[in-house]
Design a protein around this ligand. Structure first.
Ligand SMILES: C[S@@+](CC[C@H](N)C(=O)[O-])C[C@H]1O[C@@H](n2cnc3c(N)ncnc32)[C@H](O)[C@@H]1O
Length: 266
């Protein structure tokens, strides 16, 4: 191989990775979703726990947008929301760091004849939105993959993708129990997430608590506000789930240096 070509290649790879302090969102914490079998198992597990269609209908109703809207689903997984959204809106951007989850979502979209979804590999910290700003961003059960400081950076980047007054729907595992009661509350969470006919479900729930980054409700509210959102409603369920409906504050600062610095790592 030509040595100059090789050195250019190495230099480009180093630049693309960015500074060593940058969080690598492509390195998974907790459950690893990035294999064909993991993506298939994900749907088997989650469809035993949740009703995708009902959830998506509730999100569409909460957003209150008209069919000409454009919506971005961050951490779309196998398409639980994105596939439904494509039937309701003009354009859907479906984004995920895990190629296998995106692949499954893409195949299901093709099977359903949905042509108005753009799939992109990327995440809260690295996705570069090249289309016009969107009317709404939806993110379900994905933000807990980032530690709190990086959640703030990710939320700030989402605000920069939204039109002024655009809406954010965020659902995640967020803790709202008193810390002195954390042991029984977390046991209850693990119990609720365990599905008897999915043997690994208990292990996945335990790994969630031990290794992923679910935070407290009061921290999440602070992060949303600091990132430039007004919280219209905050709904805490079962002491470990939370749903936020937010509006991008008209005076949200444009994405600053830290946002650019957080991008571009694969
Ligand atoms: C629990 S699944 C939720 C998937 C989907 N939103 C749903 O409702 O079923 C979490 C998803 O977040 C993705 N993810 C993890 N870290 C991410 C990041 N930094 N940015 C975007 N997506 C991420 C995972 O690959 C996975 O598909």
């Amino acid at each position: 191989m030509d040595i100059d070509f090789y050195l250019d290649y190495v230099q480009a790879a180093i630049e693309a990775r960015g500074p060593a302090w940058r969080y690598n969102e492509y390195e998974c914490c907790g459950v690893d979703f990035d294999s064909f079998f993991a993506a298939r198992a994900y749907d088997r597990y989650h469809q035993a726990l949740r009703d995708y269609r009902h959830e998506a209908e509730q999100i569409v109703a909460a957003l209150g947008l008209d069919p000409s809207a454009t919506v971005l689903d961050m951490g779309c997984g196998t398409g639980a929301f994105a596939l439904h959204a494509a039937r309701c809106y003009r354009m859907v951007y479906a984004i995920d760091v895990a190629q296998a989850m995106l692949g499954r979502a893409r195949r299901q979209a093709q099977r359903a004849g949905l042509t108005n979804i753009e799939f992109h590999r990327g995440g809260f910290l690295t996705y570069q939105h090249e289309g016009p700003p969107v009317d709404a961003v939806v993110s379900v059960a994905a933000l807990h993959h980032l530690p709190d400081f990086w959640k703030l950076v990710g939320l700030h980047r989402l605000a920069s993708i939204l039109k002024p007054n655009g809406r954010l729907y965020l659902f995640d595992v967020v803790f709202s129990f008193e810390v002195c009661r954390c042991a029984p509350a977390l046991e209850r969470f693990i119990e609720k997430m365990s599905v008897p006919r999915v043997p690994d479900s208990r292990r996945a729930a335990e790994a969630h608590v031990r290794e992923e980054h679910s935070t407290c409700g009061w921290i999440m509210e602070g992060l949303l506000e600091r990132a430039g959102f007004r919280i219209d409603t905050a709904d805490y369920r079962d002491e470990f789930l939370a749903e936020y409906l937010c509006t991008k504050h008209p005076r949200t600062a444009p994405a600053a240096n830290v946002i650019a610095a957080a991008g571009q790592r694969r």
